[in-house]
Design a protein around this ligand. Structure first.
Ligand SMILES: [Zn+2]
Length: 236
Protein backbone atom coordinates (compact mmCIF):
# COMPACT_ATOMS: atom_id res chain seq x y z
CA UNK A 1 0.00 0.00 0.00
CA UNK A 2 1.35 3.38 -0.91
CA UNK A 3 0.56 7.05 -0.72
CA UNK A 4 1.69 9.24 -3.54
CA UNK A 5 3.62 12.16 -2.09
CA UNK A 6 5.17 13.83 -5.10
CA UNK A 7 4.69 13.79 -8.84
CA UNK A 8 7.96 14.72 -10.51
CA UNK A 9 6.81 14.09 -14.08
CA UNK A 10 3.78 12.31 -15.51
CA UNK A 11 5.89 9.16 -15.71
CA UNK A 12 7.96 9.47 -12.56
CA UNK A 13 6.21 9.46 -9.20
CA UNK A 14 7.24 9.25 -5.57
CA UNK A 15 5.34 7.08 -3.13
CA UNK A 16 5.51 6.42 0.56
CA UNK A 17 5.08 2.70 1.18
CA UNK A 18 4.20 0.87 4.35
CA UNK A 19 7.28 -1.37 4.31
CA UNK A 20 9.75 0.11 1.88
CA UNK A 21 9.49 3.77 2.85
CA UNK A 22 9.85 6.34 0.11
CA UNK A 23 10.45 5.07 -3.40
CA UNK A 24 10.65 6.61 -6.84
CA UNK A 25 8.59 4.77 -9.39
CA UNK A 26 8.47 4.74 -13.18
CA UNK A 27 5.10 4.64 -14.69
CA UNK A 28 5.40 3.23 -18.21
CA UNK A 29 2.69 3.68 -20.81
CA UNK A 30 0.73 6.10 -18.68
CA UNK A 31 -1.64 7.01 -21.49
CA UNK A 32 -2.50 3.43 -22.35
CA UNK A 33 -3.23 1.96 -18.96
CA UNK A 34 -6.64 1.70 -17.42
CA UNK A 35 -8.25 4.51 -15.47
CA UNK A 36 -7.88 2.90 -12.03
CA UNK A 37 -4.12 3.13 -12.41
CA UNK A 38 -4.34 6.72 -13.56
CA UNK A 39 -6.46 7.63 -10.51
CA UNK A 40 -4.02 5.81 -8.28
CA UNK A 41 -1.27 8.04 -9.49
CA UNK A 42 -3.01 11.23 -8.38
CA UNK A 43 -1.25 13.35 -5.81
CA UNK A 44 -2.17 12.18 -2.28
CA UNK A 45 -4.05 9.10 -3.49
CA UNK A 46 -3.66 6.07 -1.23
CA UNK A 47 -3.52 2.91 -3.30
CA UNK A 48 -2.73 -0.76 -3.35
CA UNK A 49 0.09 -1.06 -5.86
CA UNK A 50 1.79 -3.99 -7.50
CA UNK A 51 5.28 -2.79 -8.18
CA UNK A 52 7.98 -4.43 -10.25
CA UNK A 53 11.60 -4.00 -9.22
CA UNK A 54 14.02 -4.39 -12.10
CA UNK A 55 17.47 -5.96 -11.74
CA UNK A 56 18.98 -2.47 -11.75
CA UNK A 57 16.74 -1.50 -8.79
CA UNK A 58 14.30 0.71 -10.69
CA UNK A 59 10.66 0.42 -9.65
CA UNK A 60 7.71 0.48 -12.02
CA UNK A 61 3.97 0.15 -11.41
CA UNK A 62 2.35 -3.02 -12.77
CA UNK A 63 -1.16 -2.40 -11.47
CA UNK A 64 -2.95 -0.30 -8.90
CA UNK A 65 -6.24 -0.07 -7.04
CA UNK A 66 -7.38 3.04 -5.22
CA UNK A 67 -8.05 2.63 -1.49
CA UNK A 68 -8.69 6.29 -0.61
CA UNK A 69 -8.61 9.34 -2.84
CA UNK A 70 -9.32 11.95 -0.10
CA UNK A 71 -11.76 13.56 -2.50
CA UNK A 72 -12.59 16.56 -0.26
CA UNK A 73 -8.97 17.70 -0.33
CA UNK A 74 -9.35 18.34 -4.03
CA UNK A 75 -12.51 20.41 -3.57
CA UNK A 76 -11.21 22.97 -1.06
CA UNK A 77 -8.15 25.15 -1.59
CA UNK A 78 -7.47 25.55 2.16
CA UNK A 79 -7.56 21.83 2.86
CA UNK A 80 -5.39 21.14 -0.18
CA UNK A 81 -2.94 23.84 0.94
CA UNK A 82 -2.41 22.21 4.36
CA UNK A 83 -2.27 18.69 2.88
CA UNK A 84 0.33 19.83 0.34
CA UNK A 85 2.49 21.42 3.05
CA UNK A 86 2.31 18.22 5.10
CA UNK A 87 3.32 16.25 2.03
CA UNK A 88 6.37 18.51 1.59
CA UNK A 89 7.44 17.87 5.18
CA UNK A 90 6.94 14.11 4.78
CA UNK A 91 8.96 14.19 1.58
CA UNK A 92 11.82 16.00 3.33
CA UNK A 93 11.99 13.80 6.44
CA UNK A 94 11.80 10.40 4.72
CA UNK A 95 14.64 8.55 3.06
CA UNK A 96 14.39 6.24 0.06
CA UNK A 97 14.08 2.54 0.98
CA UNK A 98 13.96 3.17 4.74
CA UNK A 99 10.77 1.75 6.35
CA UNK A 100 8.39 4.52 7.42
CA UNK A 101 5.26 2.73 8.66
CA UNK A 102 4.64 5.08 11.60
CA UNK A 103 5.07 8.13 9.40
CA UNK A 104 2.72 6.74 6.74
CA UNK A 105 0.11 6.00 9.42
CA UNK A 106 0.39 9.55 10.80
CA UNK A 107 0.21 10.96 7.27
CA UNK A 108 -2.96 8.97 6.48
CA UNK A 109 -4.62 9.90 9.79
CA UNK A 110 -3.83 13.56 9.21
CA UNK A 111 -5.12 13.57 5.63
CA UNK A 112 -8.29 11.83 6.78
CA UNK A 113 -8.97 14.47 9.45
CA UNK A 114 -8.24 17.32 7.02
CA UNK A 115 -10.44 15.77 4.32
CA UNK A 116 -13.35 14.41 6.32
CA UNK A 117 -13.82 16.71 9.33
CA UNK A 118 -14.24 20.43 9.99
CA UNK A 119 -11.54 20.47 12.64
CA UNK A 120 -9.41 23.64 12.78
CA UNK A 121 -6.70 23.25 10.13
CA UNK A 122 -4.10 25.08 12.22
CA UNK A 123 -4.70 22.70 15.14
CA UNK A 124 -4.37 19.68 12.81
CA UNK A 125 -1.13 21.10 11.42
CA UNK A 126 0.28 21.63 14.93
CA UNK A 127 -0.66 18.15 16.10
CA UNK A 128 0.82 16.59 12.98
CA UNK A 129 4.18 18.35 13.38
CA UNK A 130 4.57 17.64 17.11
CA UNK A 131 3.75 13.96 16.63
CA UNK A 132 6.01 13.70 13.57
CA UNK A 133 8.93 15.13 15.54
CA UNK A 134 8.24 12.57 18.29
CA UNK A 135 8.31 9.73 15.71
CA UNK A 136 11.59 11.13 14.40
CA UNK A 137 13.03 10.98 17.92
CA UNK A 138 12.64 14.58 19.00
CA UNK A 139 10.97 14.12 22.37
CA UNK A 140 11.15 17.18 24.62
CA UNK A 141 11.39 16.70 28.37
CA UNK A 142 8.01 17.62 29.83
CA UNK A 143 7.88 15.91 33.23
CA UNK A 144 10.49 17.99 35.07
CA UNK A 145 12.61 21.12 34.66
CA UNK A 146 15.25 20.36 32.08
CA UNK A 147 17.79 22.47 34.03
CA UNK A 148 17.27 21.69 37.74
CA UNK A 149 14.93 18.67 37.77
CA UNK A 150 12.01 20.30 39.60
CA UNK A 151 8.95 18.16 38.73
CA UNK A 152 6.05 19.71 36.82
CA UNK A 153 2.80 19.34 38.79
CA UNK A 154 -0.86 19.67 37.79
CA UNK A 155 -1.45 22.56 40.21
CA UNK A 156 0.88 24.83 38.25
CA UNK A 157 -0.90 27.45 36.13
CA UNK A 158 1.92 28.44 33.78
CA UNK A 159 4.63 26.38 32.10
CA UNK A 160 7.80 27.54 30.37
CA UNK A 161 9.11 25.69 27.33
CA UNK A 162 12.76 26.19 26.43
CA UNK A 163 13.42 25.94 22.69
CA UNK A 164 17.17 26.02 23.37
CA UNK A 165 17.14 23.14 25.87
CA UNK A 166 14.29 20.99 24.46
CA UNK A 167 11.91 20.91 27.37
CA UNK A 168 10.09 22.65 30.18
CA UNK A 169 11.71 24.74 32.87
CA UNK A 170 10.63 25.85 36.33
CA UNK A 171 9.88 29.56 36.77
CA UNK A 172 13.27 30.45 38.25
CA UNK A 173 15.31 28.60 35.58
CA UNK A 174 13.06 30.11 32.89
CA UNK A 175 13.98 33.66 33.98
CA UNK A 176 17.50 33.30 32.59
CA UNK A 177 16.52 31.57 29.32
CA UNK A 178 15.77 33.88 26.39
CA UNK A 179 14.30 31.06 24.27
CA UNK A 180 11.37 30.46 26.63
CA UNK A 181 7.80 30.25 25.32
CA UNK A 182 5.22 30.61 28.08
CA UNK A 183 2.40 28.05 27.91
CA UNK A 184 -0.92 27.90 29.72
CA UNK A 185 -1.94 24.77 31.59
CA UNK A 186 -4.30 23.86 28.70
CA UNK A 187 -1.61 24.27 26.03
CA UNK A 188 0.89 22.27 28.08
CA UNK A 189 -1.67 19.48 28.62
CA UNK A 190 -2.35 19.43 24.86
CA UNK A 191 1.38 19.12 24.18
CA UNK A 192 1.70 16.15 26.54
CA UNK A 193 -1.41 14.55 25.04
CA UNK A 194 -0.09 14.81 21.47
CA UNK A 195 3.29 13.39 22.50
CA UNK A 196 1.87 10.38 24.34
CA UNK A 197 -1.69 9.46 23.28
CA UNK A 198 -2.80 6.46 21.25
CA UNK A 199 -2.37 7.27 17.54
CA UNK A 200 -6.08 6.59 16.88
CA UNK A 201 -7.06 9.36 19.33
CA UNK A 202 -4.45 11.87 18.20
CA UNK A 203 -6.91 14.45 16.90
CA UNK A 204 -9.64 13.81 19.51
CA UNK A 205 -9.38 17.08 21.39
CA UNK A 206 -10.14 20.77 21.02
CA UNK A 207 -8.53 23.76 22.71
CA UNK A 208 -9.69 27.38 23.07
CA UNK A 209 -8.37 29.83 20.52
CA UNK A 210 -5.95 31.64 22.88
CA UNK A 211 -4.31 28.30 23.73
CA UNK A 212 -4.20 27.36 20.07
CA UNK A 213 -2.27 30.57 19.38
CA UNK A 214 0.34 29.50 21.98
CA UNK A 215 0.54 26.01 20.51
CA UNK A 216 0.98 27.49 17.02
CA UNK A 217 3.84 29.70 18.18
CA UNK A 218 5.55 26.82 19.96
CA UNK A 219 5.08 24.55 16.95
CA UNK A 220 6.34 27.10 14.46
CA UNK A 221 9.58 27.84 16.33
CA UNK A 222 10.22 24.29 17.57
CA UNK A 223 9.47 22.54 14.27
CA UNK A 224 11.40 24.97 12.10
CA UNK A 225 14.39 24.66 14.43
CA UNK A 226 14.34 20.85 14.61
CA UNK A 227 13.76 20.33 10.89
CA UNK A 228 16.12 23.16 10.04
CA UNK A 229 13.68 24.64 7.55
CA UNK A 230 10.67 26.95 7.61
CA UNK A 231 7.38 25.16 7.08
CA UNK A 232 4.97 28.01 7.56
CA UNK A 233 1.65 27.80 5.75
CA UNK A 234 1.16 30.40 3.02
CA UNK A 235 -2.49 31.42 3.19
CA UNK A 236 -4.43 32.22 0.03
ZN1 LIG B 1 14.53 24.60 37.15
Amino acid sequence: MALQILQITTKFLQFLLLIYGKISCFYKGAKKIKSSVINSSEFLAFSDLIIYKSPNDNYSINSAEIIELFYNLRMDIDRLNYATQISKIIYDVTEENIPAGDILQLFLNTLYVISETDKDLDLIYCVFRIRLLAILGFLPQVSKCVSCGTPMVETMEDFYFSIKDDGVKCESCAKIDKSIIKLSKTTFSALIYVLSCDSKKLFSFEIPDEDLQELKLLCKIYTNQKLDKEYDIQKY
